[in-house]
Each structure stands twice: as structure tokens, then as C-alpha cells.
Design a binder for this molecule. Structure first.
Ligand SMILES: [Zn+2]
Length: 251
């Protein structure tokens, strides 16, 4: 059996049988890989906390061509934010980011830019107050890197600059048009489009919150619409996160 050694971020895991876990890794070299971690749930497991969601690891595994799951041999922590991100909002945000990657990344297709994006956004997470911003930032870039972010410079119908007019989204055509050309549909104000430009130009650790809360709300609704269109399903972690953020806003 060939032994492979890769760098990976843990996307999720679930229990199987008495003591084992199936773990989904997003590897730098091979993209998404599913592995079986034997005895990972024993108290003195050799894996320790290396299989926690969002942990970056050096992963060693065996694979058999006939098997869908690789066999996890070693998993050594490179970077863990498990303790710092234990707050419920932060932990849920992290779970949402990794769910998104799990949803968007095809099996065994390397995507170093998405890998670096995920690592950088996880690194930039600090307080629950910045969670919404990090989630919107990550969605924007993930959608863009996956080629699903519609053009946002000029209205394709009349040529007006969208950044001055604001835009509406036409889902059937998967495009943004100006408010003169499209009278209904999800609206993105000019300030929301301007903030999006900042997202493209700023690393996740350096981006400041927009002037008004409305910007993140509009982006969130727009992004999730795009995500649902692409994944053709709902993500439970999205709903849980939005409920937690709503609760935090009210308190
Ligand atoms: Zn137009």
C-alpha cells in the first residue's frame, strides 16, 4: 500500500462503529480526501485533538485503490485554533466555512488558492463580533475562486456602472443588472458593491467592518442565494450561524 504525506485542514468528521471516525480532509496537494481514523474515539487516542474541525495537520495515510476511504496513519497538528475558537459563534462560523469547502470542493482535485483562503480566514478569526464579516469575506472569495461570482462592473443590458447605481440579481441568468434595467429581485446597494471591492483588495486579517450593518446583511443574502444555486441544497451550519448572529444582535 502506498504511503502518502500531505498538508491538510480538517473539514469535518463523524463517528462510525464503536471507536472510529471518518474524517474529511481538505489537502493542499490532493484536494478533498476522506479517511478512516481507527480508534480515534478512544480516550487515549493517538490522534489527540488533531481531528478537530479547522485544524491544520501533517497527514500521513495509506490508500488502496479499491477503497474509497484512505486509512489515516498519522495526523500531526501544524496549527490548531480549537481552544481559541471555542466560543459558540466562532465555532459555528468555523464549521460553516469548512462545510462550504466540503460542499464546493470536488473529491481529489487540488485547489491551493482555496486552501490558502481557508487557512487565512481561520487565522484571522478572533472575536465573535467579527464572525459575520469573516463569513461574508470567505463566501465572496470562495464563490469567486469557484467561478460563480457574477460580473459586477457594468450592467450587461445598458452598460451603466453598477458601483454607482447599485444592482439587482437575476438568478435565472446568473447576472447583476442595474436598477433601471431590472425592477425586482435581490438588491445590492452601491455601498455594498463598493465594500465588495474592498474585499477583493484586502487580506482577511486587514479588512475592517463596513460603515453600516446593512452591507453585510445584503452580501450575506446574496451570497447564500449563489451558494444555494450552486450546491442545490441548504447548509444546516448556515442556518445555525445566522440564528446565533441574530440572537447576538438582539442582546
Ligand atoms: Zn442597466
Amino acid at each position: 500500500m502506498p504511503l502518502r504525506h500531505v498538508r491538510a485542514i480538517v473539514l469535518r468528521s463523524h463517528r462510525v462503529g464503536e471507536a472510529d471516525k471518518v474524517v474529511v480532509f481538505f489537502t493542499l496537494e490532493l484536494g478533498k480526501v476522506r479517511g478512516m481514523a481507527r480508534a480515534a474515539r478512544r480516550t487515549k487516542s493517538r490522534f489527540g485533538s488533531s481531528l478537530e474541525v479547522g485544524t491544520e495537520v501533517d497527514l500521513t495515510f495509506f490508500e488502496k485503490e479499491s477503497r474509497e476511504l484512505v486509512s489515516v496513519d498519522r495526523c500531526d497538528i501544524v496549527r490548531s485554533r480549537f481552544t481559541e475558537l471555542s466560543d459558540p459563534i466562532l465555532a459555528t462560523t468555523l464549521g460553516y466555512l469548512t462545510d462550504l469547502v466540503d460542499g464546493f470542493a470536488p473529491e481529489r482535485e487540488s485547489n491551493p488558492r482555496v486552501y490558502r483562503l481557508l487557512r487565512a480566514v481561520i487565522d484571522s478569526m478572533s472575536t465573535p463580533e467579527t464572525s459575520e464579516l469573516r463569513a461574508r469575506y470567505f463566501e465572496a472569495w470562495l464563490l469567486r475562486l469557484a467561478g460563480f461570482y457574477p460580473r459586477r462592473d457594468h450592467c450587461p443590458t445598458c452598460g451603466r456602472a453598477l458601483a454607482q447605481e447599485g444592482a439587482r440579481y437575476l438568478p435565472d441568468e446568473h447576472r447583476l443588472e442595474c436598477r433601471h434595467c431590472l425592477s425586482s429581485g435581490m438588491f445590492l446597494a452601491a455601498e455594498t458593491l463598493a465594500y465588495l471591492e474592498r474585499i477583493w483588495k484586502t487580506p482577511p486579517s486587514g479588512i475592517a467592518a463596513p460603515g453600516t450593518a446593512k452591507v453585510l446583511r445584503e452580501l450575506g443574502q446574496f451570497h447564500y442565494r449563489l451558494i444555494q444555486q450552486q450546491l442545490e441544497k441548504d447548509l444546516k451550519s448556515h442556518r445555525v450561524l445566522e440564528d446565533l448572529l441574530e440572537e447576538a444582535r438582539r442582546s
